[in-house]
Write a new protein. Sequence first.
Length: 254
Amino acid sequence: MVKRHSRGVRIGFGLIGLLCWTVSCAVNPVTGSRELMLLSEADEVNLGRETDAEVAQEYGIFKDPELTAYLDGMCQRLGKVSHRPNLTYQLKVLDASVVNAFAVPGGYVYFTRGILAHLNNEAELAGVMGHEIGHITARHSAQQYSKAQLAQVTLGVGSAVASAAGLGALSGLAQMGVGMLFLRFSRDNERQADSLGVEYASKLHYDAAQLASFFHTLEQMNPGADRSGLPSWFSTHPNPEDRVNAVKAQAQQW
């Protein structure tokens, strides 16, 4: 029993050491700084693909080829001027009345029917879409997933570590699925996504200050969800202080 326990502890520390090595080698595409990251780009794409299938089944896709082609075209252009231009971006419209837009790792971006009804012009659309692409390029969801996995491994230097010893540090990847949609980004994440939305929209010659106008529209609305159960923007995007002024100032700089 003692030997088995010792072996488990050694495996645990070895795995934690491996995670630390991974941290030292992960460079954020946006900031260029090293960060905690357990997902490779291939892992992100696989997670996005799995999540996309669940999203389509759970919430339904709004079938309007012309509208989807128009929105996806903008998504492709924004993706090409982003910090991760080599990702394959895909935009889909969900058949849901709730006001929301979100993204999952690997280049998948979603707009609901509801949010499209409240966008006042193409510049607002570009700003919001750039914001969501910013979450992908800055790897915000992947960061949260990595932190959760590291915490699970660190706290479980016993049975949890033993089960992960077979190089299963990413064993929870397949189970993440649609739960990716409900990860609540930090205010710092939202500020960075705002900034990236301004940058990407500006690079396509849109008036990125219009993103701030959309935030005013959101402030006049009440949070909620529609019958599909999909949460609203308010539930998934905490509102940083002074984001309107920050967006206007950054747009002016661009």
